[in-house]
Design a protein around this ligand. Structure first.
Ligand code: ATP
Length: 235
């Protein structure tokens, strides 16, 4: 069985059907990218996987357990962690304090300190800003704090919802570098991105979501070269 498996997922908001039978899977250690136009249902899918929305049909399995009826905090407890949007960090706390909050479910103090140090090598930009209030960081730096905070929970898998949203091209590159570093360290990642071609080019595997259906899937680099993807995302 795949590490993360979504099978025939149907999710709606009242009468509006947002996901109409979505199936996808992520193997352990893989970086899988999901792309799709505005309103395709990408956020709905991630929110359902992390337990914030309930499907009307279908199932989600993670690491050998069925999780689609579990409460969100229990799902996070299984090691499947959603990276909050950059704007959702604690602006009045320092970078360092934000990272400590990411480890709140752990009580191995020495290890937590070691992980904090490790984050400084993954995110050198945060090193110089360790004591700075997170709310005064740039958008890209705040996204790094959000990602680092999620990693402090020592997740088995990360769900990332448009981590480059609103960032300048240079910052986008930095966030992608970070994602590749984390992937190289063995963390399983399901990434939702608007920067479709860039996100597919770093992915092991990719899916294209359209109006609540998966319409295309394949190896990341194969999708980058696919006529239909190029047409949809290069205009
Ligand atoms: P974007 O890239 O614009 O963020 P998305 O692919 O993440 O889009 P979703 O946010 O999952 O798309 O939305 C999927 C569909 O569900 C859309 O048609 C949207 O209007 C609808 N939808 C999302 N949230 C709600 C809600 N709370 N109530 C009603 N409809 C909703």
């Amino acid at each position: 069985m795949p590490y993360l498996e979504v099978d025939d997922l149907h999710v709606g908001y009242g009468q509006i059907a947002a996901l109409k039978g979505v199936s996808l899977s992520v193997e352990k250690g893989q970086l899988v990218t999901l792309v799709g136009a505005n309103g395709a249902g990408k956020t709905t899918l991630l929110r359902t996987i992390s337990g914030l929305l309930r499907p009307s049909r279908g199932s989600v399995n993670f690491d050998g357990q069925r999780i689609d009826a579990m409460e969100a905090h229990k799902i996070a407890g299984t090691g499947l962690v959603q990276v909050p949007e950059g704007r959702r960090i604690f602006g009045r706390l320092t970078v360092s304090e934000n990272l400590e909050l990411g480890a709140f479910t752990r009580n191995d103090k020495a290890e937590i300190m070691a992980d904090k140090e490790r984050m400084m090598t993954v995110f050198p930009r945060l090193k110089e800003r360790f004591r700075q209030l997170a709310g005064t960081l740039s958008g890209g730096e705040q996204q790094m704090v959000a990602t680092a905070r999620a990693l402090m929970a020592r997740p088995k898998a990360l769900l990332m919802d448009e981590p480059t949203m609103g960032l300048s091209p240079i910052m986008v590159e930095q966030v992608f570098d970070t994602i590749q570093t984390i992937h190289a360290q063995g963390v399983t990642i399901l990434l939702v991105e608007q920067n479709a071609l860039m996100a597919l080019s770093v992915a092991d595997y990719g899916y294209v979501l359209e109006s609540g259906h998966i319409v295309l899937e394949g190896q990341g680099d194969a999708l980058v070269d696919d006529e239909r993807v190029r047409h949809a995302y290069l205009g």
